[in-house]
Structure formats: structure tokens, C-alpha cells
Design a protein around this ligand. Structure first.
Ligand code: TEU
Ligand code: CA
Length: 509
């Protein structure tokens, strides 16, 4: 694992909505450079940028039309190179988003692949051998090409699946992983990675990383494929960091990834905590299923970081299902768990999910979590000087919408709470990315949630009680210094700790 991940705290930027510098209403790379100091001051020292490559933007850039060129609306390759350099100057690292599973339908490879005559791209995508043959359990598009066949798609219908082969080819059109077509696809994806890494990029967040090999229910083929990639990467770019969008760390970390996310899909029960009708951090939900799933996955994954994001561009905002105090306790959790924290832009000021927005670039219900960053009081909240109707998405119209400017000067703001939590994390090795974790108390449908963090001979007990009522848990040791607190302090008597309602505390023990 690259050494820099030991204390990496990531900030996810949706480039189109962060900072516009040329008044076209769309965020851009010079805008990200302009805001690097803001991110550093918050305490984050690493970035993940959503895809910023040439694209028809039918899925916000997750439909890549050219892996080697920055989308003109964001700037140039030179701008991106500049971002890497400016980030490095500040001790920061930058991950790009790699989308290896599919391309845009307008990618030149796909155009070639659609032709009836054989050419170097015939086997770049997964095709059946006749248009009438529709493979079971896979989505296809058909009847649009001269080539006779149905083409498998990975996500939306305009995202044809790149061909990495089948685990156990069962039909003549299914190629094995080591056939020339799949091997050429993989070699090209390595070229893409090497291209950006050589330019100064520090690694990738890998989109749908578990989706590459087909007919692979246990993902053993995809795991083997990634292990090959990592064998190469560790030699060629040993400092490159890789985080998978997989959602099953026991598989992804075995595949060689340094980090994986717990997400709104997969077996993690992530949503139980933050995004459901009775979310745990809202006060009367359940954290025990999450804890059980976490312990099970951790036991199977011997190495690597399990990362719990505050949100991302695919889900509602952290504020959607949680009250303000619940959001703060959720941040106390996010910034005291092991793994590298990932903050979604704007979550640090409590930006809101905007309901009922018309879909933008394939966002659909995800659109409301992708609105422009709210910097301050100036026009368009400081995001852009374009006319409001030209903005990528509208700014939150609420009169009391949170802004960076207001929260930076308010000592009681969420921004200050998050910044302070990052400081506390950095000051205490036990709370760091690699520190050990043991759950002490995680009752079913009850509070508090209690766990012990430990590293370098230091131990910190984390006690989180989002409930409206006080709670207790058994603890036979004493409590030392309270190094972080929200709400009232806990008290210990006769082997029982009493925790006030709506509180979060970190104690040295
Ligand atoms: O997402 C994959 C995915 O399965 C989901 O996150 C999905 O977008 C969500 O569940 C819908 O609510 C990744 C990207 O994060 C997403 O933005 C892309 O649209 C998708 O891959 C295709 O590339
Ligand atoms: Ca712009």
C-alpha cells in the first residue's frame, strides 16, 4: 500500500459543480486549483475527481469517448497536469476516475466494433454472434449495427461493455479471459492508467470495478484480472493508490485494491446508518446489522482500507434523512472509523439534496445531490458568474442555504465541527486510517454505539448516542481525558457508563 494512504483524507469533487472560472456555468479544472487551499484548510489532503474526460455526457462523464483527453468544458490536459503539480506543492494527492467497464456508444472503438467487417476493435466489446441471441442475465442493445449480434451493456443502454472475457466461456461467442480481444482491452486500460500516472496523477477510483469479467458470479475472474493489473502497477507506479467502487472489501482487497467503499448497494447496511426512514444517526434506528456486516467483511479481508464515504454523486445528501445534530454525530463516526475518510463536496457545510430537479446528464434521482458548491454571498453563491439559467444545475434556492463563507466565520458551524474532527483524528494515531477497531457495544435497535480504536500504544473509546434519550453500556475500566465532545459528557459508575442524549465523545482509555 502506498505510504501516503496512511493519513489520507479524501474530498470528492464533482467537477461540473465545484467552481466555474470562465463563466460558462460549468465547473472546471482551474476552478479546482483555485479552491485547493480551501480543501487543505479543511484538513483534506487528497482528492477524487469524478470523470473529466471527453464524453457526450449522457451519464455525467461515466460514458467516456476518449480516455486520453480532458473534456474541453473542464479545460485541457495541461490544466490537469497543472492541478497535479499544484496539489503536490500543497502535500496533496489526486485520484482520477477510471471507467474500465464500458465506454460511450460514440467512442471510436465502439463505432469500429459495430462494423460488419473484421477490424482491430471487433473484439473490444462483448457481442453475441447473432442479433437474435440474447444472453441470459445480461442487458444488450441490438438492431442498430451492420454487425450481426447483440452487444452487452454494463449500465445504461448507451454504455457498451468492454470485453475482458468470460470466466468459463460456454458459447462460441464468449471469449476466454486470455483470448486476444480481452487481452488487448486490458493492455489498453493499462496504457490509460500509465498515461495519467506519468503525468502526475496519484491513482484512481475505479468505477464498477467488480463488473469486468462476465459469467463470473463469485467475481473470481475479475479478482484474478485485477491481481495481474496490480502486479504490473506495483512495479511501474508503486505510489499509485487505487480505490474500488465494489462495495465488498473481502473481494476487492483480495483483488489487490488498497481501498474499497462501503456503499448504498452491496451487503454493508451502509444505508441503515445514514439514508433510510429510521437511519441510525437520526436517533431511533439500528446500527447492529451494519456492525455485523462490517465485522464479517473485516475478518475476511486481511489487508487494505475499508472506506465509509459521507456521500457521493449517486446518493442523496447526508442531510436528507438526518437532523442537524444527527449529521454532526455521523461526522464523528465517519472521522473516527478506520479506513480513509471520503467527504463528498459540500457535505462539510451540510448542503441539501434538492428534490424534483429535472434530470441532468443521466443523473435522474441522483441529480439533486450534484448541485453547485455554495461558496458565499455573491451571485450564484460564488460558484459561477454566468447568468443563473446557464448554470449546470440550479443553486439551492433556500434563503438559509449553507455557505462556506458564513460557516467559516461561525465558530458553531458544521464546517468548524468537521474541521475540528479532522484535527482530532490527525492528532491521535489511534483514530487514524490504519488504527485497530473493536466494537464494544452495538445493541440491536438501540444506542449508544461504542467502539475502541487503538494504535501505537494509544487507546481511544468512541461513544456515539444519536438518540433522544440517555443510554448506558457496560464498561469496567475508567474513562480518561475527553479528547472530543459534542453534547454532554459521559459518566461511569459501578461498571456502567451513562451517555447523555444526542452526544458524541472520544475518551482516552
Ligand atoms: O455507479 C454504479 C452503481 O451501480 C450505482 O452507484 C448507481 O449509480 C446507483 O446505485 C444509482 O442509484 C457508478 C457511478 O458511480 C455512477 O455515477 C455511474 O452512473 C455508473 O457507475 C456507470 O458508470
Ligand atoms: Ca467553466
Amino acid at each position: 500500500m502506498p505510504a501516503w494512504l496512511k493519513d489520507a483524507i479524501f474530498y470528492e469533487i464533482y467537477p461540473q459543480s465545484f467552481q466555474d472560472t470562465n463563466a460558462d456555468g460549468i465547473g472546471d479544472i482551474p476552478g479546482i486549483i483555485h479552491r485547493l487551499d480551501y480543501i487543505r484548510e479543511l484538513g483534506c489532503n487528497a482528492l477524487w475527481l469524478n470523470p473529466c474526460f471527453a464524453s457526450p455526457f449522457l451519464d455525467a462523464g461515466y460514458d467516456v469517448a476518449d480516455y486520453y483527453t480532458v473534456a474541453p468544458r473542464y479545460g485541457t490536459n495541461e490544466d490537469l497536469k497543472n492541478l497535479f503539480a499544484e496539489a503536490h506543492k500543497r502535500g496533496m494527492h489526486v485520484l482520477l476516475d477510471l471507467v474500465p467497464g464500458h465506454t460511450a456508444a460514440e467512442h471510436p472503438w465502439f463505432r469500429e466494433s459495430c462494423k460488419a467487417e473484421k477490424n482491430p476493435y471487433t473484439d473490444r466489446y462483448v457481442w453475441t454472434d447473432e442479433v437474435w441471441r440474447i444472453p441470459e442475465g445480461m442487458n444488450t442493445i441490438r438492431g442498430f449495427s451492420e454487425r450481426d449480434g447483440a452487444c452487452v451493456v454494463n449500465f445504461f443502454s448507451h454504455q457498451p461493455a468492454l470485453n475482458y472475457g468470460f470466466l468459463n466461456p460456454a458459447e462460441s461467442w464468449q471469449q476466454s479471459m486470455d483470448a486476444p480481444g480481452p487481452q488487448a482491452t486490458l493492455a489498453e486500460m493499462k496504457n490509460v492508467m500509465a498515461f495519467w500516472l506519468s503525468m502526475g496523477c496519484d491513482g484512481f477510483r475505479v468505477d464498477m470495478a467488480g463488473s469486468l469479467v462476465k459469467n463470473d458470479p463469485e467475481q473470481e475472474g475479475t479478482i484474478a484480472l485485477w491481481r495481474q493489473v496490480f502486479a504490473w502497477l506495483e512495479k511501474a507506479f508503486p505510489e499509485a493508490a487505487m480505490v474500488s467502487e465494489w462495495g465488498e472489501p473481502d473481494r476487492s482487497l483480495r483483488a489487490g485494491f488498497h481501498m474499497d467503499f462501503l456503499l448504498h448497494f452491496g451487503p454493508s447496511h451502509y444505508n441503515d446508518l445514514f439514508r433510510c426512514d429510521n437511519a441510525f444517526f437520526a436517533g431511533n434506528g439500528d446500527a447492529s446489522a451494519f456492525v455485523k456486516a462490517y465485522e464479517a467483511t473485516r475478518a475476511k479481508a486481511e489487508q487494505g482500507l475499508i472506506c465509509i464515504p459521507s456521500g457521493n454523486h449517486d446518493m442523496q445528501r447526508l442531510t436528507t434523512h438526518l437532523p442537524e445534530d444527527g449529521v454532526r454525530i455521523a461526522f464523528a463516526f465517519l472521522l473516527s472509523m478506520p479506513g480513509a475518510p471520503f467527504l463528498y463536496y459540500g457535505d462539510e457545510i451540510g448542503m441539501r439534496y434538492l428534490w424534483d430537479l429535472p434530470s441532468k446528464e443521466g443523473g435522474y434521482s441522483r441529480t439533486g445531490a450534484r448541485t453547485p458548491m455554495q461558496w458565499g454571498r455573491t451571485a450564484n453563491a460564488g460558484f459561477s458568474s454566468a447568468a443563473p439559467e446557464k448554470l449546470y444545475l440550479p443553486i439551492d434556492p433556500a434563503g438559509d442555504r449553507p455557505t462556506v463563507e458564513a460557516q467559516m466565520t461561525d465558530p458553531d458551524s458544521l464546517y468548524q465541527e468537521v474541521r475540528h474532527l479532522i484535527e482530532v483524528r490527525r492528532a491521535n494515531p489511534a483514530l487514524g486510517n490504519l488504527g485497530r477497531l473493536r466494537f464494544v457495544y452495538a445493541p440491536e435497535k438501540a444506542c449508544p454505539l461504542v467502539y475502541l480504536r487503538e494504535a501505537e500504544g494509544e487507546r481511544v473509546l468512541v461513544i456515539l448516542n444519536p438518540s433522544e434519550t440517555a443510554g448506558t453500556f457496560p464498561w469496567t475500566e475508567g474513562l480518561g481525558e475527553r479528547i472530543y465532545g459534542q453534547g454532554g459528557a459521559a459518566s461511569v459508575e459501578n461498571g456502567t457508563v451513562t451517555v447523555p442524549a444526542k452526544s458524541a465523545s472520544f475518551y482516552r482509555v
